[in-house]
Design a protein. Sequence first.
Lengths: 122, 235
Amino acid sequence: MAAMTILAVDDSASMRGMVSFTLKGAGYQVLEAVDGQDGLDKARGRRVDLVLTDQNMPRMDGLTLIRSLRDTPEYKSVPILMLTTESSPEMKAKGKAAGATGWLVKPFDPKQLVAVVRKVAG
Amino acid sequence: MAAQNKDDGGMAQFHAMFFEEAAEHLDHMEELLLALDIEHADAEQLNAIFRAAHSIKGGAGTFGFSDIADLTHEMETVFDRIRKGEMAASAELVNAFLTSGDLLKALLAHSRGAGEPVEKSEVDALCARLRAFLIESPAETAKTKPKHHLELTFGPFDAAFGSKDVDSALADLAGFGDIEEIKRKGRKKPLERRFRILTEVSVRHGGRAGLHAAHRQDQGQRGRARAAGRGRGAG
């Protein structure tokens, strides 16, 4: 069975690197995007099985990316996790309203990231 | 995480990436701060400064550099208020941010083994300095109220309202601002009395001052100031 593909969206190269390193080590394929617009373009270019996105990014932030993906028929039910330093109840409510499946707070524990991804995406 | 436990070289690679990114963010932040028009701050510049602090904080927390994370957290909190219009930028604040940027560079240099250690007390003091901006500015747009000069004329006097009634009316206006009578010469029985008032009460340029309603609202009193005035902004 082909490995599942995860789209990791973050404007920080080191953060994308850490996420990619962690998830590839767990057997996933990882596609990286540098901001929300890049993430949207790449998600529409090929099917991904899970999206992992930061919130504060130039060009397009995480919430806008999520809303745009949910407006795309192929992504109505694809799991989308936010991975961000933001943790306020207000932001989480906004994330949920936008269509986020779950929320992980930075700094993240790599083992927890893998566990959540496995639970959500399989 | 097997790879993480057995391959420290992998983690070192990400540290190096973080140091490089943080240095770029700090240089960019410094450029933006030095170019910032405090009176008319550009929204995208403010957002960019916030994102720079936010990005450094995220990476610092992830890679375990707590002093860097603590300081950038304070910077992020202050600039979040500014970009949302909840507090105003100031020269003092920009200076505090530039100082914070310098300290972050020193912290990063030490973290990558290229500089002297930074005293925690220095980081704590700068964090406290940044937090003080939040205490000084309430969580709303902090703008100094403009002051206006009003010229107030009571009169012409008649049987119902005379010169002696002016003092009573002025007493009701005591909370409005600084009141100075414009003295007239050569008249024993003036038909009117004129005053200059410096006040924060908003008035329309060249229009009638809404003193009656504004005064009632301000003082919560029933008395009326039987006056009309022309206002202009303080020079």
